[in-house]
Design a protein around this ligand. Structure first.
Ligand code: DLL
Length: 432
């Protein structure tokens, strides 16, 4: 069953027309229902009538996580509290949690978007799908759950926390699809190998997201498990999972533009950048009632493409994420993204995607140590093999990030595994 084919294949003019009508309504709603937004717009000398369509988007002020913190917990909600049927919250690394609220209609649209995403991944009502994102305040578990159920798939609500049970049920229930973070799926694959269950499972599809991963990592997961893996994106503030997802062609993630208006801006000048140029992704929600957001700065770095996809969809595509403008590390003055290390490691033989960057400061000089899990065989071979591999990894990483790092090779399964978002950086400089 193809979901919303009319919306996914409309011409650019038709989409712009729909987005413009919805933007005008959203601006009107926040102006009249959210004093914080009204103030912001008045400060910018704006009245709702000034926004006639998406061509006027540039006039509107940006929203950031700080605005949500300042109005904690419900200050940006645009409906009476009796209309809110669900809240979620994302745990910030600093400050208070960011709280989001949904009306019944918001939940309906959310489950439609996730169902559209899962349909792109080829999931149907014939599938049996384990949801292995955390259930609770995190949007991953319940968001994926409602989407899969809406599609008619049989849901197995695993959450996280018990991988042995997950793999047992995967085999016993003939599970065909799974939704979880890519790093957790790698861990699940390891457990399946250890327990000799890999040949016994019927898994065909994984829809992974909630953290950055590379295309090489996707290919490795596909090869290890003999499945198709898809990239799903979203963020709590804007909705949760299901804002965008890739299709079988893996040439970018289709944004559900009928509900979310994407822009890419230069994070320094805050000016829009052109198609295919990397910048910060910004979203304006077009149909949300509970927590509509105007030009929300995601801090996620990507580029956008408006060309028609081979799958027939005309929805704009965002490219795999290059990281966040705020997880960028500056080490000895060099900008470093953890995803660069991952991509470099995955190009090599003998390495795994499990690594930990430890950034420290001796005197005024930053140091970077990278602990990398390598295959078992290197520890049974001669010590020279291990030294050679270490040197090789050092070269590859230096080429990738332009910085020398101390490489420490560790045995398989040494580094802590994550059931949620993987942690790849310990920055001791910020702990002082
Ligand atoms: O992570 C929502 C989600 C759940 C998405 C399950 C996909 C699957 P937050 O906890 O608010 O929401 O975190 C949002 O996670 O701004 C990105 O930096 C990152 N992120 C999410 N999906 C991807 C992805 C959920 N596919 C933040 N690739 C976002 C890269 C992702 N980063």
């Amino acid at each position: 069953m193809i979901w919303n084919e009319t919306k996914e294949c409309m011409s650019r003019d038709e989409m712009s027309c729909l987005q413009s009508a919805r933007l005008v309504k959203t601006v009107d709603r926040v102006y009249h229902n959210v004093p914080y937004y009204r103030n912001k717009m008045q400060q910018a000398g704006l009245e709702p009538g000034d926004i006639k369509g998406i061509e006027d988007i540039n006039k509107l002020p940006y929203t950031t996580k700080d605005d949500l913190r300042e109005t904690y917990p419900f200050g940006l909600f645009a409906v009476p509290m009796s209309e809110i049927v669900r809240t979620h919250a994302s745990s910030g690394t600093t400050g208070k949690a960011t709280v989001v609220g949904y009306t019944r209609r918001d939940i309906d649209i959310w489950k439609e978007c996730v169902a559209r995403a899962f349909t792109q991944a080829g999931i149907t009502r014939e599938d049996r799908m384990q949801i292995a994102y955390g259930y609770g305040l995190f949007t991953g578990g319940l968001g994926a759950h409602y989407g899969a159920e809406n599609l008619g798939a049989m849901v197995v609500p695993m959450s996280t926390g018990n991988t042995k049970k997950l793999v047992t049920m995967m085999e016993d229930f003939d599970v065909t699809a799974i939704a979880c973070t890519p790093s957790y799926l790698i861990h699940i694959a390891e457990v399946l190998k250890e327990t000799n269950q890999l040949d016994k499972i019927k898994l065909k599809t994984a829809v992974c997201g909630a953290e950055p991963w590379t295309d090489n990592m996707r290919k490795q997961i596909e090869a290890d498990l003999g499945i198709h893996a898809f990239d799903i994106y979203g963020l709590s503030e804007v909705m949760g999972p299901g804002v965008a997802c890739d299709c079988i062609h893996h040439k970018g993630l289709h944004v559900y533009e009928d509900h979310f208006l994407p822009e890419i801006i230069d994070p320094t000048t805050l000016q829009p950048v052109g198609e295919d140029v990397t910048g910060e992704l910004v979203f304006t929600t077009l149909t949300k009632e509970g927590l509509p957001l105007i030009r929300y700065r995601t801090k996620d770095l990507t580029s956008i493409n408006y060309g028609k996809c081979e799958c027939g969809r005309t929805l704009a595509r965002i490219n795999r994420f290059k990281g966040r403008s705020d997880d960028m590390l500056i080490i000895r003055g060099v900008n470093v993204f953890p995803s660069q290390i991952e991509a470099a490691l995955l190009e090599m033989n003998g390495t795994t995607p499990h690594y930990m960057m430890i950034v420290d400061r001796q005197g005024s000089l930053d140091s970077l140590e990278i602990q990398v899990e390598v295959e078992e065989r290197f520890f049974s071979d001669e010590i020279r093999e291990l030294e050679n591999l270490s040197k090789q990894i050092g070269h590859v990483i230096q080429n990738a990030i332009g910085l020398a790092a101390k490489i420490k090779l560790v045995e398989p399964r040494t580094l802590e595994r994550s059931e949620g978002k993987a942690k790849h950086v310990i920055d001791k400089r910020t702990l002082v």
